[in-house]
Design a protein around this ligand. Structure first.
Ligand code: ADP
Length: 365
């Protein structure tokens, strides 16, 4: 909370420069009140309620305010608000001359993380692509061998069609996942209305649900918002909903609801489906892990849906939790840092910098 009445001005040139820098950045007053922050700083959870959430960064700012000398420090800190992920940050703090202080933050571990993930992903993907391609080639041989028998030809052609569908689904998921792992999704961050997100995701799975005669149920409007990439969040929710439908018997219900617990927004997808054995629960978020290979083949699953969900949550500083009981059903919950604003964002002055003075909420390091 602000302790000084007069806030130092943040020159427009500074905002313009910050908006093109890849680093997360903030401009703070001498009492460490955040005056402006880049989308990336917000998305990494470094700022909440116009306060710096990481004590080590706040301390560094204090020292710079004391003697007016610029400083640089590397630090390993837990990513707020959940603290599940470790961030390796290089923080540079310098006085701006207008009374305000500039803070630039780079995530040093990010590149290394992306590299490791990418390497074993390529190996897994090549393996997975071989299955439908191999099947297509065998089916093509079968068609040739049965060219005199129209019924057989039709049968094999239909199977070819379904394998081709599987292949294209797999390729789409691979593209989605490599996008998530590749470029920096938080550069597209914006305020996302959670109720609207749910409505859109439901719209996208309505036909699938109707085909399985599954009733889609929604809870009351939550009024909650999160700060993130709309497209990614939609993909994550759609994946949870399509799984809930795919792994449930006909004539059951799938319910989706959201609530805000202050710092965290929870979006839950609950089904009355086949459930997941306890021994598999830890592994279902791994790429290409399926509880039941045969069933996954029938549903056309790629084994990537939940890996995508996990990545989206991680990118947003959140997590996905699961409760499940075989024969009873499953509940998947997206837990994301909440965003509250009493007034809408002013995105006019610059694309990336946002004025934080109107954001209440809780700070947590
Ligand atoms: P798939 O494309 O095979 O569905 P996912 O990554 O989406 O891959 O899910 C991994 C595995 O987790 C699935 O193969 C399935 O066994 C299990 N699973 C996911 N969601 C559910 C659910 N709602 N109910 C039961 N099992 C599920």
């Amino acid at each position: 909370m602000a302790r000084t009445a007069i806030k130092p001005a943040v020159p427009d040139e500074v905002i313009r420069v910050l908006s093109v820098l890849p680093s997360a950045s903030m401009v703070v007053a001498p009492d460490a009140t955040v005056l402006r922050a880049s989308a990336r700083a917000l998305a990494l959870g470094l700022v909440n309620r116009n306060a710096v959430t990481i004590p080590d960064i706040a301390h560094l700012i204090e020292r710079v305010v004391e003697d007016g000398h610029a400083r640089e420090q590397e630090m390993r800190v837990r990513r707020p608000p959940l603290g599940r992920e470790l961030l390796e940050l290089r923080v540079r703090v310098a006085p701006l001359g207008t009374g305000a202080i500039l803070v630039l933050i780079d995530d040093l571990a990010e590149e290394r993380r992306v590299d490791v993930v990418r390497r074993d992903f390529v190996a897994n993907v090549s393996h997975e692509l071989k299955t439908p391609v191999g099947a297509l080639s065998l089916l093509a041989e079968a068609v040739l061998a049965a060219s005199d028998d129209p019924d057989q030809v039709r049968h094999f052609a239909e199977r070819m069609q379904s394998e081709a569908g599987r292949l294209s689904h797999l390729i789409q998921d691979v593209i989605d996942l490599s996008r998530l792992q590749g470029d920096d999704p938080l550069t597209h961050a914006e305020v996302v209305d959670v109720d609207d997100l749910i409505a859109r995701a439901l719209e996208e799975v309505r036909t699938l649900a109707a085909r399985h005669e599954i009733e889609l149920v929604t809870g009351e409007a939550s009024g909650a918002a999160v700060y993130g990439d709309h497209g990614q969040l939609l993909t994550a929710l759609r994946n949870l909903l399509s799984n809930a439908i795919a792994y449930s018997a006909n004539h059951t219900r799938v319910a989706v609801g959201a609530r805000s617990t202050g710092t965290i927004v929870e979006v839950s997808v609950k089904d009355q489906g086949i459930g997941i054995p306890v021994n598999d629960l830890d592994r279902i978020f791994e790429r290409f892990y399926r509880v039941d290979q045969a069933r996954s083949r029938i549903t056309g699953g790629t084994g990537l849906g939940l890996a995508i969900v996990k990545h989206v949550c991680q990118n947003h500083g959140g997590e996905c939790t699961v409760w499940s009981e075989p024969g009873v059903g499953s509940t998947f919950t997206l837990r994301l840092p909440a965003y509250y604003a009493t007034t809408p964002f002013d995105r006019d002055s610059t694309e990336l910098a946002v004025n934080l003075l109107s954001i209440p909420g809780e700070a947590r390091a």
